[in-house]
Design a protein around this ligand. Structure first.
Ligand SMILES: [Zn+2]
Length: 262
């Protein structure tokens, strides 16, 4: 038998209710929030117990506060942080599909599937995921990084973009890199993936070899793009991102093993 852990993910907008103690964040338990939180949804298990997610539109309880998930990275245990990302997406999906998108009838939760169903026309709405590819382009000991205008000053990152309907992941990588910086690729290799709940992406990471072309940036999206080596690095993306893992992987493969020139 699964017991209820009593842990709740309670969101106001996209911010999560926690109790902060020093450098640690704690999730509320059922008895602290259940009476005032909206209609809960089961999210998954944490430490063997079933967790719930619910919305909250009032002031936080005494001693607790709402914080964005980016701020809570490293403060919540990793498993709880990942589940919080799942929770906010399920909650968003649930509250954004209360009416049928085809006929406007109020929907109902499906009794067994993770879906909302229209009782009139049977249209089903499932949680939406938006896959995005993210690519580190390398050429010997240099990697191609770019910055978009909304990045923090000095920060450069790998190239990323959403997959379009009818497109394979590999096609998306080639198209995005060509559109954003005008270079051609060879030897695409899958690197890994990361759920990215801002708001509902799945980041799919690739490594690719530079195969030609001069950097020609897409001006609206790319403020600057250039080649970097291990000895000449810009500000790097957050350690919580797969972009950072791609860069760290590249640096581990290309940096001299015994330190960099003493
Ligand atoms: Zn309908």
């Amino acid at each position: 038998m699964r017991r209820s852990s009593g842990h709740w993910f309670v969101f106001r907008g996209s911010e999560l209710l926690v109790r902060l103690e020093g450098e640690a964040a704690h999730l509320p338990r059922a008895e602290e929030v259940a009476a005032h939180a909206g209609d809960p949804l089961a999210v998954g298990e944490l430490a063997g117990g079933v967790c719930q997610v619910a919305a909250w539109d009032a002031e936080p309880p005494e001693g607790m506060a709402f914080h964005g998930l980016r701020r809570l990275w490293g403060l919540l245990p990793e498993e709880a942080w990942r589940l919080a990302g799942r929770a906010v997406q399920l909650l968003d999906w649930d509250r954004n599909h209360r009416f049928c998108g085809r006929c406007g009838t109020p929907t109902e939760r499906h009794p067994t599937e993770r879906a909302r169903v229209c009782p009139r026309c049977s249209l089903q709405a499932f949680p939406r995921l938006s896959p995005a590819v993210i690519t580190l382009v390398e050429d010997g000991d240099r990697m191609l990084l770019a910055r978009s205008p909304h990045f923090a000053p000095g920060v450069y990152s790998t190239l990323a973009g959403f997959v379009e309907p009818g497109e394979s992941l590999e096609e998306a990588v080639v198209r995005e890199v060509r559109e954003e910086v005008g270079v051609e690729l060879a030897d695409l290799r899958y690197f890994g993936s990361q759920p990215w709940p801002f708001p509902n992406s799945l980041m799919i990471g690739f490594l690719a070899r530079y195969a030609g072309g001069e950097i020609r940036r897409q001006e609206e999206e790319i403020e600057d793009a250039r080649w970097f080596t291990a000895d000449d690095l810009p500000g790097l993306p957050s350690p919580m991102s797969i972009a950072r893992r791609l860069v760290e992987d590249f640096l581990a493969r290309t940096s001299p093993p015994a330190g960099r020139g003493g």
